[in-house]
Design a protein around this ligand. Structure first.
Ligand SMILES: C[S@@+](CC[C@H](N)C(=O)[O-])C[C@H]1O[C@@H](n2cnc3c(N)ncnc32)[C@H](O)[C@@H]1O
Length: 213
């Protein structure tokens, strides 16, 4: 008999409370301008009309920046409706140009195949092996056969917790162990994020391509 599956914790109430209790610009992961993500997305050379998904996008300004750079097929997925509402309010009428989906990345499915999957600071919350497996199954199911992944997670020297939750920290070999052989790492980028309260947080960004079967 296999090991019994650990029941999934529903992340919605935790994250709705986090976003309800602070201004988005006061949250530790807030970035005025997501430069690392934008640079890596541009380096992937995906077409401006290619479907892009930002998983765990929350209230991030990445979607706004992508629109300004001419990308026209953007989806933001997050478990927190409160976070997505904040992003929509900030964008005003431009919000209509983005598809907003409330859901859990671990069981998200859609008929669409995305050409680029972006994640800054969601994957590192997948601390259970079963959650990482479900995340990777979603990625597998939702990404085009020639798709690209831009993933930002805490570096080995980064924080061990975020918003009161334990996180996993990554370097190139740990990411490769989880994403290979389906994905190959094309480039990595170290980045020191400064939180709104002035604390440094070390991130690693990984740009990966799907390996042709
Ligand atoms: C640290 S925040 C990062 C937000 C955004 N990516 C950014 O860089 O500003 C993590 C985000 O992941 C979302 N999240 C956490 N667990 C999730 C899950 N299982 N499925 C979808 N979203 C989730 C949270 O609501 C939150 O918006």
């Amino acid at each position: 008999m296999g090991k019994p599956e650990i029941p999934e914790r529903d992340p919605r109430s935790h994250w709705d409370a986090i976003y309800s209790n602070a201004e988005p610009s006061r949250l530790s992961w807030h970035q005025q301008f997501p430069i690392e993500s934008l640079d890596l997305i541009e380096a992937s050379c995906v077409d401006a009309g290619a479907p892009i998904i930002d998983v765990g996008g929350g209230a991030s300004s990445l979607a706004d920046c992508l629109l300004h750079r001419g990308y026209g097929n953007i989806t933001v997925l997050d478990c927190s409706e409160v976070a997505l509402d904040q992003a929509r309010q900030r964008l005003g009428s431009m919000a209509e140009e983005i598809r907003w989906l409330t859901g859990d990345v671990r069981n998200f499915r859609t008929g669409e195949k995305f050409m680029l999957w972006h994640d800054r600071a969601l994957f590192h919350f997948m601390v259970d092996a079963s959650d990482r497996r479900k995340y990777l199954e979603t990625l597998d199911a939702c990404l085009d056969a020639e798709g690209h992944v831009v993933l930002g997670a805490f570096a080995l020297c980064g924080p061990g917790t975020c918003s009161g939750l334990e996180v996993m920290r990554y370097d190139e070999s740990l990411i490769s162990e989880l994403f290979a052989p389906r994905f190959r790492i094309v480039s990595t980028m170290f980045s020191r994020h400064e939180t709104p309260s002035g604390q440094p947080q070390d991130f690693m960004f990984f740009y990966m391509q799907r390996v042709k079967e």
